[in-house]
Ligand binder design. Sequence first.
Ligand code: FMN
Length: 377
Amino acid sequence: MRTPLCDLLGIEHPIVGFSPSEHVAAAVSRAGGLGVLGAVRYNDPAELDQALDWMDAHTGGRPYGIDVVMPARVPAEGTPESLNRLIPEPHKTFVQDTLLKLGVPPLPRDDEPGDGQAGDDRAGDGVLGWLHSIARQHVEVALAHPARLIANALGPPPPDVIARAHERGMLVAALAGTAGHARRQVASGVDIVVAQGYEAGGHTGEIASMVLVPEVVDAVGGQATVLAAGGIGSGRQIAAALALGAAGVWMGSAWLATQEYASTTSAPAVTAAVIAATSSDTVRSRIYSGKPARLLKNRWTDAWEQPGAPEPLPMPLQNLLVSEAHQRLIRSGRPDVVPMPAGQIVGRITQTRPVADVIADLVTEADQTLEKLRKLR
Ligand SMILES: Cc1cc2nc3c(=O)[nH]c(=O)nc-3n(C[C@H](O)[C@H](O)[C@H](O)COP(=O)(O)O)c2cc1C
């Protein structure tokens, strides 16, 4: 199964694997896909630099990408202290009361910073990766490494970032939830549009992949490469994405129960929750970041749906509000409260496996499906 994406990115299989873990991202690249490391968890850009040094040494010379979070409009910018003053007291009280009701212990007094996996950011500092100023520093770090691709989670990156990435020979990708987003991204100079459907883990729009992907393919009209994202976890789904006109797939949730993900702090609870989850066990909510994102549904997300629960705040205030709570929920090690982006495809994940095995199965099943379809008359 080769598509033009393979030549564009210099990869064997048209599979892009996003992960907040450098171990997963590197394994995807080594297995012939393109691993993309999520930068948002790095409060300190120097730590991102170290993670990319590690990627440079562990991808076996294969290409990889990096994903930053730069919202088009940020409602507030400042230090955690100054932003904290913008958070209403009733919101803080709700979070504390909910943690108490759920029996989630406080952080140890001499708490060391976590390893910053998605959702386990250091208390009070977790907001930093979501600030435009820090995302800009992430870009500077990324541009200093031999990454093949820089992606933005929330629309096209600013024009100067696109221009500088192109000067360095890097491709630029952006996630789109509507055909209109895709058109604007292409007009901005984005090379790869990731059409991300409602089913996806993380930030997601309201249109399902089956409808969105061909809409985006037609809207882009060959001016950019289109990848399908959201709900992809098998070779049959990859074949379907290609049938819808995509040149490849971008996957996130499928790696949450991989052996490589086990090196992250949140892994025991996340892996157990993902393996137990059905496709009904996710929820699209603003409680994670202030923008709609699909998460594992559990007692923490349920609490925010109860009568009397406050409306989530805009980005980045919501992330600051729940930052310490996320750390506590993850440290509790409990699958019934872990705060984690995850898509509906978790219903198909039933065991922990190495990334290379997941990719080998995806490729085999996609090839078999394409062969089967070719025989249809
Ligand atoms: C744990 C997790 C964290 C994510 N964080 C980000 C992120 O920081 N930036 C981003 O562009 N997408 C993020 N996403 C979304 C993925 O990049 C990808 O678009 C999505 O997972 C695709 O849908 P799927 O989950 O159905 O495979 C995240 C997804 C997951 C599961």
